[in-house]
Design a protein around this ligand. Structure first.
Ligand code: GLA
Length: 808
């Protein structure tokens, strides 16, 4: 039987951090990276699938598509380029001859021939993150080898680091490679990649040219927002030759919206971040290339003053950065991390701009040029960033900056919703004959209930208007764009229209039937710590950082994890009749506080129960007949971790959806589960200590190097109509990763997902893989009607409990 090990490994920094001030370090004074490095790295788009061909093709594209001309220079190879063993005689790292037939030296000479530079990856530990040989203890030989090959840039990672977690150890491991590179006597940019674990900004400038400040980026908005929040405040630590590195770009990888891609480029430029492209340039769209080559932003990023934008305002998810430029202008970014259109502003005097009669603003994305009297402001779309290049001007003979702000409440098909607009003249002289209008999709109406016109607005004057918005009765749930236009006259007689688009969220009542409330989209939610979690406990401040809901020792894979002062709202539109739920304090809670759970049907209390730490879930039934809105509220004296356990919403008859098909529940012993790799080790037994189905689960002792646990099914199982495989898992004494694989078809081909979900010691998760995340060997199609075996991969040694392998 073949054994597949995933090669993609995402590491989340989890190493002890040493706090306390450190003496400001001196920049490596070697003339390298005087501006943030610009280039490409294969990891974000290709993971381990790197090759000579890819690197050469990328170098070709740098030249052909104008990226080199725009400033991109380094073509970088990430993890997985070497063989798994060092050369037995020389002890040197050996490039994989299949991936790199001309060796790293051959690729370097090709890349150099194009006037570009080559980057490589190594690790300050015993292995790289993907399990290739690490450089700890081999620093001099490896640095010498890299120099001989013609490497110009080294990304130095932090997996398998044997560290005691102290900052001193981090400094020692990275300094060893710095010194080795120095000794090798080739100019090599040294990129410290320890995920911000030991606050490298306090020591890195002495050691490397850049240092990662965060865990790995991923191609989604939550990751982007969190990285910006972590990296922006570190502005005092960056400068020529020593940069904060918020990780490589995800622009073009498909899961960020156009607005988010532009925010990514804008904020990286404002934060003087390395611009390392992370997308497949061979298939990059014109839009991706135009974002990556925006000349104003590259100019801002690469400005020779080398100052990372200072945070001059930071409240309510709105951030203003101010970056001085060598030509005397300043770049000012207005960033909106919230989920709705927001007006972001800063007084010119709160930035480094000198006092002036007016300021000229050039929008780096639209090219539009306007002037402002003394407030720099824009209505910024959700997740968007406006970047202005700003300079003082004497004679503002140009169009005023006019802000068109707006906000709208939740829209339902049944009642009018409130919308408000605010148009502000930020220019230095009055505007005249202002007319505001709101337009929606076909069938929508917007009626002003207060004046929507003004004969004139002075400098810094505003017109606020209230509107009533009605969606058509047959509207479906989703997001709809509404446009606000402000038409006015400026100067002698220039008529101009400025617009903003705001997104209205329409919610509709649930369709008839019964379903777990955790599968119904909430209209809004507030929570004391981080977001309300779906099908797990609240955990901490991050999203998805809870455990399986565990109350009084019983574990559940459906529910909502909240912390008191939480409120979760659902629109029912009078279509539902009942909510039945358990309520309880999660076993992860440390407050020891009792809590009260209250269910509101509109504004009336429809049910309420108190819960005590350690006690089993209390059941609660609430009559919701006729209610337009359902609200779930928890309150307590302290911040308690409050769970809604397996809540079911009834809006008609039928089974509780989504229906699941159980493939293993371990109610009758180990149900024939086996260990794939007999030599690899591991044991299996039934346990009553953990179950999310019935009254028993499976206890696995996993070997340090991992093994697959599972079984061949009696006959091929037909899972047509299901989309996801899931298994509930709790790691007992050490952390573990979970992965799902299946065997399909006549050839019993192994198909598996490429990503591992990490759980720490004592953590529990539902491990899930959608069928379309599971890939099969070339030539094999994943036939859902022919599933022959199911497997779970578990590693790192120690006990792991699993239950309820199922398809949904
Ligand atoms: C770590 C790094 C990533 C990437 C991978 C390669 O997770 O932070 O940027 O280099 O390793 O395995």
């Amino acid at each position: 039987m073949r054994r597949f090990l995933a090669t993609l490994l995402t590491v989340i920094g989890g190493v002890a951090v040493v706090a306390g001030p450190a003496a400001p370090a001196h920049a490596l004074d070697d003339g390298l990276a005087r501006t943030p490095p610009m280039g490409f790295n294969n990891w974000n788009a290709f993971g381990c699938d790197v090759s000579e061909q890819l690197i050469k093709e990328t170098a070709d594209i740098f030249v052909a598509k104008g990226l080199q001309a725009a400033g991109y220079e380094y073509v970088n190879i990430d993890d997985c380029w070497s063989l798994k063993e060092r050369d037995a005689e020389t002890g040197r790292l050996v490039p994989d001859p299949v991936k790199f037939p001309s060796g790293i030296a051959g690729v370097a000479s090709y890349v150099h021939g194009k006037g570009l530079k080559l980057g490589l990856y190594a690790d300050a530990g015993t292995s790289t993150c993907a399990g290739y040989p690490g450089s700890l203890g081999h620093e001099e030989l490896d640095a010498q080898t890299f120099a001989e090959w013609g490497v110009d840039y080294l990304k130095y990672d932090n997996c398998y680091n044997q560290s005691d977690g102290s900052q001193a150890d981090y400094i020692r491991r990275y300094t060893a490679m710095r010194d080795a590179l120095k000794k090798a006597a080739r100019p090599i940019v040294f990129s410290i990649c320890e995920w911000g674990s030991s606050q490298p900004w306090t020591w890195g400038s002495d050691v490397g040219h850049l240092w990662r400040t965060t865990g790995d980026i991923s191609d989604d908005w939550t990751s982007l927002r969190s990285i910006i929040a972590q990296n922006a405040p570190l502005f005092p630590y960056a400068g020529p030759g020593h940069w904060n590195d918020p990780d490589m770009l995800e622009i073009g990888n498909g899961r960020l919206t156009p607005v988010e891609n532009r925010t990514h480029m804008s904020m990286w430029a404002m934060m003087a971040a390395p611009l390392i492209i992370g997308t497949d340039l061979r298939v990059a769209t014109a839009e991706t290339l135009s974002i990556l080559t925006n000349a104003d932003l590259i100019g801002i990023d690469q400005d020779r003053l080398g100052v990372q934008g200072r945070v001059v305002a930071n409240a309510d998810g709105l951030l203003v950065l101010d970056k001085p430029l060598a030509d005397g202008q300043r770049a000012i970014a207005l960033y909106n991390s919230t989920d709705s259109l927001a007006t972001v502003q800063v007084k010119a005097t709160d930035t480094g701009l000198r006092r002036a009669g007016a300021y000229q603003l050039k929008d780096v994305w639209t090219g539009a040029v306007t002037q402002a009297k003394n407030v720099i402001e824009a209505a910024v779309p959700a997740h968007g960033t406006v970047v202005y290049k700003v300079r003082p001007i004497a004679d503002p003979g140009i169009a005023p900056a006019v802000t068109v702000g707006a906000s709208v409440g939740t829209v339902t098909p049944d009642a009018a919703a409130a919308l408000s607009t605010t148009v502000t003249n930020r220019g230095s002289s009055p505007i005249r004959d202002l007319r505001v209008s709101v337009t929606g999709p076909a069938g929508w109406t917007a009626t002003a209930s207060t004046p929507a016109r003004a004969s004139s607005l002075p400098a810094n004057g505003s017109l606020a208007t209230t509107w009533s918005v009605q969606a058509p009765p047959d509207v479906t749930a989703g997001s709809y764009s509404l446009r606000v236009d402000a038409s006015y006259v400026w100067g002698a007689r220039h008529r101009k229209t400025d617009s903003s688009t705001l997104v209205a969220t329409v919610v509709t009542a649930p369709v008839p039937g019964r379903r777990y409330l955790s599968t119904v989209l909430a209209t809004s939610s507030t929570n004391a710590v981080g977001p309300v979690e779906i099908d797990q406990s609240n955990g901490g401040a991050g999203q998805g950082d809870g455990n399986l809901i565990t109350v009084g020792g019983s574990v559940h894979n459906r529910g909502l994890g909240t912390t008191t002062g939480s409120e979760v709202r659902y629109y029912l539109g009078g279509r539902c009749t009942e909510l039945t739920t358990g309520v309880g304090i999660d076993d992860e809670d440390k407050s020891g506080s009792k809590a009260t759970f209250t269910v509101y049907a509109d504004d009336a209390v429809a049910g309420s129960a108190d819960a005590t730490p350690g006690a089993a879930p209390v059941s609660l039934t609430a009559d919701l007949t006729g209610a337009a809105w359902l609200r779930l509220v928890t309150t307590a004296a302290a911040t308690a971790h409050t769970d809604w356990v397996a809540p079911v919403l009834t809006c008609g008859d039928g089974p509780v959806l989504p229906e699941e098909r159980t493939l293993a529940s371990f109610e009758t012993d180990t149900e024939g589960w086996t260990i794939a790799n007999a030599d690899g080790g591991g044991t299996l037994s039934q346990t009553g200590a953990f179950h999310t189905h019935g009254s028993a689960g499976l206890l696995v002792q996993a070997p340090v190097n991992g093994n697959w646990f599972g079984r061949a099914l009696a006959s091929p199982v037909d899972l047509t109509g299901t989309n996801t495989l899931k298994v509930d898992l709790r790691s007992v004494d050490t952390g573990t990763v979970g992965e799902i694989a299946i065997q399909v078809g006549d050839g019993w081909s192994w198909c598996q997902g490429g990503q591992w979900t990490w759980t720490n010691a004592g953590a529990s998760r539902t491990i899930r893989r959608d069928f379309d995340q599971i890939s099969c060997p070339t030539g094999v199609t994943l036939d859902r009607s022919q599933v022959r075996a199911i497997w779970v991969f578990l590693n790192t040694g120690g006990a792991v409990q699993i239950d309820n392998f199922r398809a949904e």
